[in-house]
Design a binder for this molecule. Structure first.
Ligand SMILES: C[S@@+](CC[C@H](N)C(=O)[O-])C[C@H]1O[C@@H](n2cnc3c(N)ncnc32)[C@H](O)[C@@H]1O
Length: 248
């Protein structure tokens, strides 16, 4: 058996998973400098409204410890930050976080880490948010269990992600995502592959109900979702049960 076959069979991550992780890392290293501009153009600024809705639902409060997974350049963290609470962006891409740091978001801390392995103690966090990040995670189930682990009993998980739009808007949405977004990616971010990846990863992601089931399977209770803009995006929420034994 070759090393490749060995690691494919016995390795913690399969070779396919490792390749996918590396490809995703390269995508965000490549687009970091133009990421926010592209976001504004592609969503016509609507992603800002969706993020504000996420933050309103998260209801950050004084004294809380809040972690924004896949926090990238710190958009969501900046909306939650204040001197009386601890808000941390956790992301594997130093390039994305460097862009955010340079922007000088006050009262935001930056932590290198993935959603599958959050470098924080169990039961130490009040709220975990993740915006447009879970789709990039190779092992979604592991990331959900990891979010549950770091949350205190009663702590909340909120996930904003592209989802499955209502059938009425789907034809327009598909046209926009397959014809316009990769062209914008080529033109503005000079990275058409990155934005083709983006569109494909949105299509592959489970719909609202299937993702609800995954969150419940990870051990969250009170799992709900709220559609945004006819389901083009959705915010899923869940709570770490008060009775759950802290994970190791
Ligand atoms: C589409 S961006 C979203 C950034 C930010 N949350 C926002 O809404 O603007 C996706 C982010 O996921 C990060 N990412 C990629 N793989 C990840 C993983 N396994 N765990 C956590 N974050 C990851 C990327 O580095 C990137 O910053």
């Amino acid at each position: 058996m070759t090393m490749t076959e060995l690691s494919r069979t016995f390795g913690k991550h399969s070779v396919d998973e490792q390749e996918r992780e590396q490809r995703i890392r390269r995508v965000f290293e490549a687009v970091a400098a133009r990421y926010d501009l592209m976001n504004n153009l592609m969503s016509m600024g609507i992603h800002r409204l969706w993020k504000r809705t996420l933050v309103r639902m998260a209801a950050p409060a004084p004294g809380q410890c809040i972690v924004d997974l896949a926090g990238g350049t710190g958009d969501v963290a900046a909306l939650m930050a204040a001197p009386d609470r601890q808000v941390t962006v956790c992301d594997p891409s130093l390039a994305m976080m460097d862009v955010g740091r340079a922007r000088g978001h006050g009262h935001v801390s930056w932590l290198e880490g993935t959603a599958e392995r959050i470098p924080l103690r169990s039961a130490s966090v009040d709220t975990v948010t993740i915006a447009f990040g879970i789709r990039n995670v190779t092992r979604v189930e592991d990331a959900l269990v990891e979010a549950l682990r770091v949350l205190k009993p009663g702590g909340r998980f909120l996930c904003l992600e592209f989802s499955t739009p209502h059938a009425l808007v789907r034809p327009f949405y598909n046209l926009f995502s397959f014809a316009v977004i990769p062209r914008l990616g080529a033109w503005i971010a000079r990275s058409p592959e990155a934005y083709t990846y983006l569109v494909e990863s949105i299509r592959r992601f489970p719909d609202q109900r299937a993702f609800t089931a995954l969150i419940e399977q990870a051990g969250f209770t009170d799992v709900r979702y709220r559609n945004l803009s006819f389901g083009i995006a959705a915010i899923h929420t869940g709570t770490r049960p008060a009775t759950a034994a802290p994970a190791a």
